[in-house]
Design a protein around this ligand. Structure first.
Ligand code: ZN
Length: 340
């Protein structure tokens, strides 16, 4: 098995909504510790993501057809106070069920097979006070990765809406508080995740950040032209910074026309991995499944099936060394240059 460091999952949100424990094999969802072990996932980024509603939203209700595709309007900002409150509940599930990865040596131990580790990630910075007053306390409790915005505006940045076709150039860049947050993350050695950001926000971080650029879960805009995917120019910026992109497994966001719940083939997912590797070099591509936050391509339908991806790439001629770079080595390098 190729040990995997997985750049993104929403398993905390699933357990927050449905109950249960990540320590036990669940019949629901896509990721828990037993299924991570089956799939060779040595460690994963576990998102603390605060949804607007307690219940799972029905985006088909707000989807509007256009002449050449569709649009789902951007979510409004979270109500004041909700970010802090729900983030506490999700972080409590993390602390109860998972073994935190705090350093690169922790991550190396996981990759060596000693235990399954978890990186505490904030998906959207709403739980952080705009004056950054609680940023260090989040770091002290184990947070090592922070996404500035999900697909909605907040005090720091703005994310992209979901539509097809579309580019990431959909809105404003970072606010003054967003600039300060990126600088503070650099100083504290917290990884900044550029997933969901507008192109203007991405460019602001690229200019500002001293760390390699990281997009934990996305795919190639050249193959699926939606705002959530990265243009070739953005891929070039990630490569030039020494960073990486984690490829997500979502069947809509990798489908050529971003069809909702399309029966996207395994080969199309592999095409995305290969596009990123051809554009940036294999040293800048990783995995960011988005398990429990997406509907994955069937061949990698849950965390127990991740090794299938390596089998598919090996069949396309990928040498073992490149598969190991994709699986975990690139994450170790980038986090080694970022965390302190
Ligand atoms: Zn996401």
């Amino acid at each position: 098995m190729i040990p995997v460091v997985d750049g993104h999952n929403d398993a905390l949100l699933r357990v927050w909504r449905t109950g249960g424990s990540l320590r036990e094999r669940s019949a629901e969802g896509q990721l828990d510790l037993p299924r991570m072990r089956d799939g060779g996932i040595a460690a994963g980024f576990f998102a603390v993501f605060v949804p607007a509603e307690d219940e799972r939203p029905d985006y088909s209700a707000s989807l509007r057809r256009t002449t050449d595709g569709y649009q789902i309007p951007l979510d409004p900002p979270l109500p004041a106070g909700r970010g802090e409150q729900i983030a506490e509940e999700l972080a409590a599930i993390f602390a109860r069920d998972l073994t935190p990865v705090l350093t690169v040596s922790d991550l190396e131990r996981c990759v060596a097979g000693d235990e399954v580790g978890a990186i505490l990630h904030l998906e959207g910075a709403e739980p952080i006070a705009p004056d950054l007053g609680n940023l260090e306390s989040w770091r002290e409790r184990g947070m090592r990765s922070l996404g500035l915005a999900w697909s909605r505006p907040n005090a720091f940045a703005c994310g992209v809406p979901f539509c097809y076709p579309g580019t990431p150039d959909t809105g404003p860049g970072l606010t003054d508080a967003g600039h300060a947050l990126v600088r503070a993350c650099n100083e504290l050695g917290i990884m900044v995740d550029l997933s969901h950001l507008t192109e203007a926000g991405f460019t602001d971080v690229a200019r500002l950040s001293a760390a390699p650029l990281v997009v934990t879960h996305a795919a190639a805009h050249a193959l699926t032209p939606i705002p959530r995917n990265l243009t070739d120019a953005q891929l070039d910026a990630v490569r030039d910074s020494g960073g990486l992109v984690g490829v997500f497994f979502d069947r809509t966001m990798t489908h050529p026309h971003a069809e909702i719940d399309a029966d996207t083939s395994f080969e199309v997912l592999l095409d995305h991995v290969e596009h990123l590797a051809e554009r940036m070099g294999v040293d800048h591509v990783a995995l960011g499944s988005d398990y429990d936050g997406c509907t994955p391509v069937a061949a990698v339908g849950d965390a127990s099936k991740v090794q299938t991806l390596f089998e598919g790439l090996a069949a396309r001629g990928w040498p073992d060394d490149d598969l190991r770079a994709l699986g975990h080595r690139n994450w170790l390098r980038v986090l080694g240059a970022t965390w302190r």
